[in-house]
Design a protein around this ligand. Structure first.
Ligand code: PRP
Length: 175
């Protein structure tokens, strides 16, 4: 795969507009509450930074890191938590933020893990949702864009750790 062979899927202004919409919806839904926003490293860090700065409610932030083994570029291998949160979430309102949902395995595992800590509520916000690629059924509560199959990079999403910094989302053209 050649990351230079790419075309824009979502330009900056479209991303900004959608992130503002999501933030307005979340702020409205949690009006009067303080959220704990948990980002899934590494991919979610850029979306999460933009999203929380567009919220009109207070929030605290924390992060988890999840590795999935055995899947190669295809997700769907064994899922392991390699960095846990450092905040108590018992009785709190939790919003998990992801860059992309693909097979659904990462978030299924993470949501189960976090629910064992007895939060008051737990919802998921994903920037991108590749719905057709699910291996397990998983529905996010907030989705930026639903996309078809294809390899996407930029706005936090990488190919071999490259291209996370790109401010737009690109799809790689497959030869
Ligand atoms: C990507 C993405 C999600 C996961 C989604 O992470 O950030 O966490 O895969 O795939 P799934 O729905 O099939 O489980 P990746 O393992 O590429 O790590 P990264 O966030 O560090 O890029």
């Amino acid at each position: 795969m050649d990351i230079m062979q790419r075309e824009i899927l979502f330009p900056r202004d479209e991303i900004q507009r959608r992130v503002r919409e999501l933030a307005a919806q979340i702020s409205n839904d949690y009006s009067g509450h303080e959220l704990i926003v948990i980002g899934v490293l590494k991919g979610a860090f850029i979306f999460m930074a933009d999203l929380i700065r567009a919220l009109s409610i207070p929030c605290r932030v924390d992060f988890v890191r999840i590795a999935s083994y055995g899947g190669g570029q295809e997700s769907g291998g064994r899922t392991v938590l390699t960095k846990d949160i450092e905040t108590s979430i018992r009785g709190r309102d939790i919003l998990v933020v992801e860059d992309i949902i693909d097979s659904g395995l990462t978030l299924t595992y993470l949501v189960d893990w976090l629910k064992e800590r007895n939060p008051q509520s737990l919802k998921v916000c994903a920037f991108l949702d590749k719905r057709r690629r699910r291996k397990v059924s998983f529905e996010a509560d907030y989705v930026g864009f639903t996309i078809d199959d294809g390899f996407v990079i930029g706005y936090g999403l990488d190919f071999n750790e490259q291209a996370r910094f790109l401010p737009e989302v690109y799809i790689i053209k497959q030869q």
